[in-house]
Every structure is written in C-alpha cells, then in structure tokens.
Design a protein around this ligand. Structure first.
Ligand code: ADP
Length: 622
C-alpha cells in the first residue's frame, strides 16, 4: 500500500526541465533512428501546411480588401491566387500519397524498432525483476505505452510547429496593423493556468479510470480464458465476477462525475476568457478604431479591421493551445521516464567471457545460501553437493523446502547470495551467460506451450534444415509421438487454436510429454527437470522415467519428483529439508539410514499400496 502511494507521488511529480527535454528528445531520436524520412516529412509538412494556410487566409484577405480599397489591378491578386493554388495542389497531392502509401509502412517500422529495443531488454533482465513490484510495474507500462507515447511526442511537436507558424505570421500581421492588438492576443497566456488545471484533472481522471478498467479487464479475462473456465463454472464465482463488474461500473461513474465537473468549470473559464475578453475585445477595439477614428486620422482601414477580426481568433487559439502543447511534453516525459528506466536498467546477472563446456563435467555447489529480494530469511542455507559427470540425481523433499529455487540457481536465473556454484572447477559467473544456460535442457513444472508448431515447441529455437527426424525421435522418447502421429500435419501442426482453426489443443499430460521431448531433442550436457511428471498417470510416469534414464545416458541429470518411486531409479538422492540438503545417498543407503527420506518413502508407499504394504513390511522385518 505504502509502495503504491509512493508510486503515485512519483507519477505526479514533475520532472526537471532538463529531464523533460531529454525524454522527449529520446522519443524523437528513436523515430529518427527507425525512419529519418518519416520524421522529416511528418514535421516538415507542418511547416508547409502552416505557411500555405496563413497565405490563403489572413494574408489573402488583407490583400484583397486593401487592394480594392486602394484601387489596385485585379490581375496581381489573381496571379497570387493561381500561384498559391498550384503550390497547394502539388503539396497536398504529394502529402496525401505519403500519408496513405508510405506512412503506414514507416509507422510499422518505427513500432518494430521500439518493440525490438524493449524485447531485447526484456530477454536480458533477470528473473528477480519480475518479482519486484516497482520494476515490474514500470516494465509493464513501458511495454504497454512506449510506442504510443513516442509517437505522441512527434504529434505534439507537429502541432507545436504549426501553431508557432500560424501564431508568428498572424502576430506580425496584427503588429503591423496596430501594436495595441498584441495585448489582446497575449491574454490567452493568462488563461494557460486554467488549461493546466484542466490537464491535471484529465490526468487524474485517466489514471483512476485505468485502475477501474484494469479490474474490469481482469473480470473479462476470467470469462474468456480457458485457464479460468473450470473454476468459473464451479460454485458462485460467476456471480462474484458479475458483482465485481457492477462495482467497477459504479466506481467509473463516481470518478467521471468528480473529475468531469472540474474539467467542465476550467474549460468554461477558458472559453469565456478567449471569446469575451480576447476575441470580442479585439473586435470592438478594431471597429472603434476603423469607424470612430477612421484611417484618415491614423485609425484602421476597413480592410485591416476585417483582417483583425479574422486573425485574432487564430492567435488566441494558438496561444492557448501552446500552453497545452508544453503540458503535453511534460506528460510524455513522465511516461517516457518509465520506458527509459526500463531500457537503462543494467542487469545484475552479467556473464563472463568463458565458453561453457559442451559435455558433462562436474557441477558443484559450495556453501550456497540464497534469499529472495524482500524476504527476511534465507530460502537456501549452506547447501553443498557435487553432481558427478553423467550422474542422475533425484532431488526430493517436502513442498517449500527449496528444490525449485536450487534448480533456478543452477540455471543462473538468480545469483547465489553466499557461497558459489562451480562448473568444471570454475565459478559459473565466469562463463558467458547464454553458453552456460545452453548446457542445460530444462523442463519446469509450470512449463508453457507456445502457439507455434510442435517442432518449434520441441526445439525451443529456430529449427535448422533436416531436423525433423531429431524432433520425431525426441517425441518417441518422451511418449508424445502417438498423439502427434494423429495430427494432420504431424510436427508442423500448430498448437492451440488461438491463431489457427486447425490447431490442436493438448491435455495437461500430453503437453507435459511434449515439453519433455525438449530434453531429448538437443543433447545438452545437463538436464534439469522440475516435477516433469506431475500431470502424468503412474504408468506413463514410470515409462517416462525409464525412457529418460535411457535417453540421458552420459548426461548429468537432476530431477525433482514428488513420487519417491522414481527416486529409486536415480544414482543418488538429495533430500532437501527447510532450505538445506539434509540427506545424500543412494536410495538403499537412505532407506538403511532410516531418516526423513525413509520415513517419506514408507508414508508414500502406504498411500499407494494401503494395508498390504504395511503387512508385507511387518513380515519382511519380522
Ligand atoms: P519447492 O520447490 O521445494 O517446493 P521452492 O524453491 O519453490 O520450494 O520454494 C522455497 C521457498 O521459497 C518457499 O517458502 C517459497 O515461498 C519461497 N519462494 C519461492 N519463490 C519465491 C520468490 N520468487 N520470491 C520469494 N519467495 C519465494
């Protein structure tokens, strides 16, 4: 809660001017890097539009009225109009081609450039970042808004340019006519304060609405995402969700009323100031100057009076909106702060220069302790073991004893808090990170299937030529082949129906078998399996473990399994308890030890075999 408030304060805080400029420049530089032509034409067109508009409105009007007044020939005016019309025609045709044919492609290029920048960073940041709520929030916002915000900076600059052109051209014209008029023109600057208040109210409204919309979107997700479907159909969850939806609607109404009223009042004050003081004031002043004083006595000509009435509105509108443009730059800078924070984040998990070995070697943990960020106690404490070359180890222990955490440390998804992990006698930090991780074939309990082909899901990397046989044999080893064989397009079948009507949805057990094929496809020196059999029935599980033992010959394996029957197949068993390795030995040794492992094994066997197991134990021991 405290964190949330701090975040909110951070969000409202104004950035220093230098940072505001730097963040907006960052956006423009990103567009420039992706497509210089796009940025140049986008902004350049504002110059051209601004000048053409001024020439064809205020300037032309004055030329015509004063020309008539002074009895000038009609030819010079017609010539001016013809030249202006030709320039407009050519410009508008060229720009229309650009907006409709070239711009959409360039826009896509800009968005791809920004996405690439973000995705590259996202793949780099350590797992711990996902567990840090402040970082994660910034990360999600960066992913969500980077492109829109960056484009908005360009649009704001575009509108600033066209307003500055209209403003300066019309101001010069009015100054030439009568310098006093500039005072009327400047009044909208005073109104800028109300514009700022209106912006703050809009910003608050938007951020409060976002919270409500997030909740509403969550409710919506629970209705259409398959992963919620079972719970949504049981008990009263459906009713709970509808209740939440109603609540979000009520909240939406409340905040719209609260901020809507503020926005209406600030908007009204601005319009009143603009229309009554500036436009009406300048109009009355010009009419008085032209009619009461008259051009013969130093007052305005009728032509100038008409021009003033036409231009003052443009000036005051532009000035009022310039304030808006600057406020927008401030807002963009705040949002881009998150994007830059994310992109500038330097990952703490840095690899070394050494290339990791490509065959099984000794992996050793020495006095390893580990504490998750924000946690007040160690999850692992003083863990030491050696995984010998080609050894298969079962890692067992009750829930929460630290097994998965140990696997994550071995994969260097986190760095140890104390102690060290050595590969072939070398601290794993010395190895190039990706070559180190490439040593491991891993299947996690919460593995994910991607909406891609079976082949892609098995290889988890772009496939090379002639790898089909490799994928097929991996599927055979993992027991997933029978299911894939029934698919129309075999290993080229797309999984899930999200993007392909002919896609296949797999059951939990089938998915698990398929994910296991990943470790058979590429012969990595190490294999780490975190409960790879939790969704399999006992027979499929037994077959899977047998296959795994065969297929991982010569590779070092650590597998976590809840069912201790599989630990029997391992060369050694590590029993974890409360963040430490409490017992190490072969199944037979640990059974003979009569410690925690033996106790767990007996308990599980009883559950499976019931009384017959107890009886056979009694008779065996007796
Ligand atoms: P196991 O795999 O043996 O069930 P874990 O390694 O998943 O155990 O978890 C060990 C302990 O660490 C648990 O108490 C769990 O709550 C805690 N833990 C796991 N992941 C995190 C995390 N990302 N942040 C903080 N605590 C965690």
């Amino acid at each position: 809660m405290k964190k949330e408030n701090k975040e909110k304060k951070e969000k409202k805080k104004k950035l220093p001017l230098r940072r505001t400029i730097a963040n907006n420049m960052f956006a423009l530089r990103a567009i420039w890097a992706a497509s210089p032509i796009y940025l140049a034409v986008y902004l350049g067109s504002s110059f051209v539009y601004g000048i053409i508009e001024f020439l064809s409105e205020g300037y032309l009007l004055r030329m015509i009225v004063n020309g008539i007044d002074e009895g000038k020939s009609v030819e010079s005016i017609v010539l001016f109009v013809l030249i202006l019309a030709s320039i407009s025609l050519v410009t508008y045709t060229a720009l229309s081609w650009f907006w409709n044919v070239i711009s959409p492609v360039k826009q896509r290029r800009v968005s791809a450039y920004i996405e690439k920048m973000l995705f590259k960073k996202a793949a780099e940041v350590e797992l711990a970042c996902y567990e840090n709520p402040v970082f994660y929030d910034k990360y999600v916002r960066a992913m969500d808004e980077a492109y829109d915000r960056i484009m908005k900076v360009m649009r704001t600059l575009d509108s600033l340019i066209s307003r500055l052109i209209a403003l300066s051209a019309n101001s010069i014209l009015l100054f030439i006519i009568d310098p006093v008029l500039i005072l009327f023109g400047l009044f909208p600057l005073v109104l800028g304060i109300f514009r700022r208040l209106e912006n703050i109210a809009s910003h608050d409204l938007e951020s409060e609405r976002k919270k409500v919309n997030r909740r509403a979107a969550y409710v919506k997700r629970t209705f259409y995402l398959g992963e919620y479907a079972k719970e949504m159909r049981s008990g009263g969850m459906y009713g709970n969700m509808l209740r939440d939806l109603r609540d979000t609607f009520g909240e939406y109404k409340r905040i719209t009323k609260k901020y809507g009223a503020k926005r209406a009042i600030y908007g009204y004050v601005q319009r009143f100031g603009l229309e009554v003081v500036t436009i009406l004031g300048a109009t009355l002043y010009s009419v008085w100057s032209a009619m009461c004083i008259g051009s013969a006595n130093g007052g305005m000509s009728i032509g100038d009076c008409i021009v003033v009435i036409g231009s003052i509105g443009t000036i005051s509108y532009c000035l009022n909106n310039l304030v808006q443009n600057f406020a927008e730059f401030g807002e963009h800078a705040l949002f881009l702060e998150d994007v830059r924070y994310f992109l500038d984040y330097e990952t703490k998990l840095v690899g070394g220069n050494k290339k990791a070995p490509d065959e099984s070697v000794v992996l050793e943990a020495r006095g390893v302790s580990f504490r998750y960020d924000g946690s007040d106690k160690d999850t692992l404490h003083d863990v030491s073991f050696t995984l010998r070359k080609g050894e298969r180890v079962a890692l067992v222990g009750s829930n929460g004893s630290g097994k998965t955490t140990l696997v994550k440390l071995l994969l260097r998804l986190y760095d140890v808090s104390e102690g060290e992990i050595l590969l072939d006698g070398e601290n794993i930090k010395e190895y190039d990170l990706s070559s180190y991780r490439d040593c491991f074939g891993t299947v996690f309990q919460d593995f994910k299937m991607f909406s891609m082909s079976v082949k892609d899901n098995v290889l988890l990397r772009p496939s090379e030529k002639d790898e089909d046989e490799k994928v097929l044999s991996a599927l055979r080893e993992s027991g997933a082949y029978a299911r894939v064989e029934r698919m129309d397009k075999g290993i080229d079948t797309i999984l899930t129906r999200e993007f392909d009507d002919k896609g296949e949805n797999l059951s939990g057990g089938e998915q698990q078998k398929l994910s296991l094929a990943r470790i058979f496809a590429d012969r990595t020196p190490f294999v780490l399996l975190d409960e790879p059999s939790s969704a399999l029935d006992p027979i499929a599980e037994y077959t899977m473990f047998e296959n795994m033992m065969r297929a991982t010959e010569g590779r070092s394996v650590i597998f976590i399994s809840h069912r201790l029957s599989s630990a029997v197949l391992a060369d050694r068993v590590f029993l974890m308890d409360g963040g430490t390795i409490a017992e190490i030995g072969t199944h037979a040794e640990l059974m003979a030890l009569g410690g925690k492992y033996a106790e767990m094994f007996h308990r599980q066997a009883e559950n499976y075999l019931g009384e017959s197991y107890e009886e056979s134990e009694v008779s065996a021991n007796g």
